[in-house]
Design a protein around this ligand. Structure first.
Ligand SMILES: [Zn+2]
Ligand SMILES: [Zn+2]
Length: 344
């Protein structure tokens, strides 16, 4: 027994000594720093052959710690698109070390602020990391106005950066985003990848669309903001993965009552108004049960849960094939298979 205590004491002393060296000495700090810097410089661009879906923003505008506003990245070995650019999503894309220099475009489902305000940051990140040519921003009619506005606002920033790093490294023309307008219902082909836009129901917000990605026998539908519609039902019926807007009525109702009790009349009114233009969790569960979709993942959470209890309230009506997303979560869909791997 005495020997055991001596051994444990030696191990403990060695661990504490290593900790002290790494954290409190210059040599230890520099060694850790070099390792961290090498990791930061790496990109997360594995050669997985199928569809890779990355949650770069899982919340709606009501603030939630650790959750950016709406953003979903879809990657294949040859493609990289981002659906919506909510506040905080650019930071998440950077933390995930996604290959911004090969970003094919950003798709905007609609022009609510919580879906577009990180567009300039995403554009600057792509431009600075070597994206060749202007970044394309796809969307329904109105996208040109949004993109033109951001391009105008960011004109001084472009000039500073080109002047500082050189026009050979940052050609000014490549920092100007290029709007690509498409009809509400449209099919766009990029080699093996087909992106289908279809009308969403987010009235009075018009236009609003959802997007479906099909690639080598796998499919993902990303709703943006919408109620559940027959069109959505048809588009997800044979899909592998649905990423959907979802509003928790129990939580929003409780927040409404709290706002009324606290005399926050404007907040109370907003909490009523938002209930009729998002899909409720119950609606999403019914959609999941009544269609052939393999997995339903909730993002654009109204409100973004702040703790485990709120997450559990979201899950109350879940079926077995429903998941609640968080920022940084990934789904891997290998080609021509039924597998979906989730990475937390
Ligand atoms: Zn929204
Ligand atoms: Zn919206």
């Amino acid at each position: 027994m005495k020997r055991l205590f001596i051994s444990l004491g030696i191990v403990l002393a060695l661990v504490l000594g290593a900790y002290y060296f790494a954290v409190h000495t210059v040599a230890g700090q520099d060694a850790l720093l070099a390792r961290a810097a090498a990791n930061i410089a790496r990109q997360s661009d594995p050669e997985s052959p199928g569809l890779r879906v990355h949650v770069c923003g899982s919340a709606a505008p009501l603030p939630a710690p650790g959750r950016a506003n709406a953003c979903i990245a879809v990657l294949t070995p040859e493609h990289f698109f981002i659906v919506d650019a909510g506040s905080g999503s650019s930071r998440n894309l950077g933390l995930a070390q996604l290959p911004m220099q090969r970003l094919d475009g950003v798709l905007l489902t609609h022009f609510h602020s919580d879906h577009i305000t990180d567009l300039p940051n995403i554009n600057v990140n792509a431009w600075a990391t070597g994206h060749e040519g202007p970044l394309k921003v796809y969307g329904p009619p109105g996208v040109a106005q949004v993109v033109a506005g951001f391009n105008t606002a960011l004109a001084p920033d472009r000039n500073y950066r080109s002047a500082h790093h050189g026009e050979d490294m940052l050609p000014p023309a490549w920092g100007i985003m290029d709007a690509v307008e498409h009809p509400l219902n449209a099919t766009m082909s990029f080699g093996d990848l087909t992106i289908t836009s279809f009308a969403a129901s987010h009235e009075p917000v018009e236009p609003a669309v959802s997007y479906r990605f099909d690639y080598r026998g796998r499919s993902v539908v990303i709703t943006g903001d919408t109620r559940v519609t027959e069109r959505l039902r048809a588009m997800v019926d044979d899909a592998d993965l649905l990423l959907t807007d979802a509003l928790s009525l129990p939580i929003v109702s409780a927040m409404h009552q709290g706002a009324v009790a606290g005399g926050r009349e404007r907040v109370a009114r907003i909490l009523v108004d938002i209930q009729d233009y998002h899909a409720s969790v119950a609606d999403v569960a019914a959609l999941t049960r009544s269609t052939g979709v393999s997995m339903t993942a909730l993002y654009h959470l109204v409100p973004g849960p702040r703790n485990a209890v709120m997450e559990n309230i979201f899950r109350r009506e879940f079926t077995d094939n429903m998941v609640l997303t968080h920022d940084g979560m990934e789904f891997e869909l290998p080609p021509d298979s039924g597998a979906i791997t989730i990475r937390d």
